[in-house]
Design a protein around this ligand. Sequence first.
Ligand code: ATP
Length: 672
Amino acid sequence: MSRRAGNATATAGPGPQEGSPSERLLFGGPLLHDTGWNKHERAYLEMSLWAMALSLPRLVASTVRLAWRADRRALWAVGCAEVLHGVTQAIGLVAVNDVLGAVLATGPIADRLHASVPALIWVAVTSLVGALAMSASTAGTGRLEPKVERVATEMYLERVIRVELEAIEDENFHRLLDTAQYGAAGSRRMIRYCTAVVGALVSFAAAAGVLTVLHPVLLPLLLLMTLPRSWAALRNSRTRYESFQRWAQHARAGRLLSQTLIRTDPAPEIRVHDVGPFLLGHFRSMSESSEAEQTRLARSAARTRLIASALTGLATLVTYLALGGLLLTGVMALSVAGTAVLATRSGAASLTTLVLQVNSLYEEACYVMDLERLCVEARKRAIPVGGLPVPEQPRLIRFEDVTFSYPGDSPDGRPALSGVSLDIPMGKIVALVGENGSGKTTLVKLLAGLYQPGEGTIRWDGQDAGTLDRAELFSRFAMVSQDFHRWPLTARMNIAIGRTDRPLEEERVEAAARYAGARKVVEGMPRGWDTLLSRGYKGGHQISGGQWQKLGLARAHYRDAQILIVDEPTSALDARAELEVFEQIRQLAQAGQTVLLITHRLASVRDADLIHVLENGRLRESGTFRELTDNPPVGIFRDLYEMQRRQFTDEQSAALPGQRKPADAAEKSLEL
Ligand SMILES: Nc1ncnc2c1ncn2[C@@H]1O[C@H](COP(=O)(O)OP(=O)(O)OP(=O)(O)O)[C@@H](O)[C@H]1O
């Protein structure tokens, strides 16, 4: 199959189970979700109408609680206004009945009109009060809705930031995150629907009360009229929600493609490699798959509505025939029949509104359920709060037979770390070296408490790290990882974000920048410290990878933590900057700071107090630079080091006659 964009849409797609060609080519398989996030989700979709009706009050109650938290005054205002509106409708109907009674009575027309005036005044007053109540409700709802959405969004984000890293990386949890984010907007809309439901309920109760008084048979007939529409609306919303669940990841992948095309960081590659038309073609192809699903939903909804309309017509006919029968048999007077027609029309209208609103409420409730489910799941997977205090000035961190596997299957079935036992003495430079994928980053993530060992123990002065207060543990670390975050914020914040639990201190920001050699970088920016480091925003500025790395180092320094983890700190730095960084690391250690250094430049670990060498997730060698290179004479470290050294000396000997030998700086770097 050609992989050009043009063919992305032309290829006839197989069924959704196999995934479209775009899904298979770009994402390795179908993105449609079949089995449900867990059994609860499935159970919810398979709920009977009755069970669903029973669950609705609980969901409404949770939204009302949210509204109460968001703005209780607005909630009161909306509730009272809706009830008042319903009451005015009921009184209005009774007043209309009186007007008809007076007008259709016997006697001169002037007298009859005169007799109807008080009731007419009631009709006018109730209409006016009803209109005022409606506008008060609209104003209150408008105030309440955004606040409810904000409270729900905060609830969502609060839970998310407290879960274990492992949960964030888990595909199933991520899918729940995807769908639950609609719960906040769902809560907002639920407020509107709740309000409408209260209004429709009171209006319906008014009409139903009047109808029951006029004749008891009219009420069941009214209910019969609205039954088909309720069924149709409910069926359609369930189908829509089920489809939403199935297509959530597909939709995210489609958004990913379109977003990639407008982001600044991939923009150069998209242009030079001409990836744009390719991605656009697959975006179109993925969109066409979801459009086909939308068409299927629309067809199914149209069919259901058609059946419902036919049944409603039939029920309406039965109702009016019954009314005619009552009139013909003299059971009901003409004036009463007039009111009955009005009450039936008004009752049917409010019942239809009620059903539609309850249905919309149900649909939104499904999304709010996702949010609730996320909260439950996030609570289960939250980082534990509390624990034993971390030793104030620990002397030794020890890994005892630590094994760790990432969730899911690893391709070769081996853990990322197996049976690792090693020491990290405090106040020293400890280097972790090893080939790509040997487990160095995993080890420091375990050390920092981001993951928990599957087997074995990490001990701080003998104390099991699993029992220690995690928040306190995190506070002991500063980290410059390979993929440290480039915050799309100002230069100042990019450093100060290293320590947000204290007020920002300009002098410390300056000092951290000086330390990491980032002062010159900032001076060269158009607005200095206030320069926004994100292209695409007003005044946004772009800096180079090495300049970012200096800011990252400054951030870690600003954090001022007991243990500094530097994972490939100099990969993007020039030779001079690299030398400076290693010199600073050395100074830090002299000042008593613990530095955990991960690097592939083996000459740079010459000064480390202890070097641990990892291979395939196992600890293979430990010792000082001298011990590892001299004794034993053959080892992994020595081999790797020799390989790098040879490469360097080969480069030297390859220099052209008369040309200077490679930069002094590079030589020094090797000597470090
Ligand atoms: N988040 C993750 N989820 C699943 N597997 C992972 C994850 N991170 C790393 N791995 C796997 O764990 C193993 C060790 O990875 P790790 O990143 O610790 O190696 P490393 O020594 O730091 O490598 P490098 O020198 O390339 O940075 C690798 O096989 C990798 O594929």
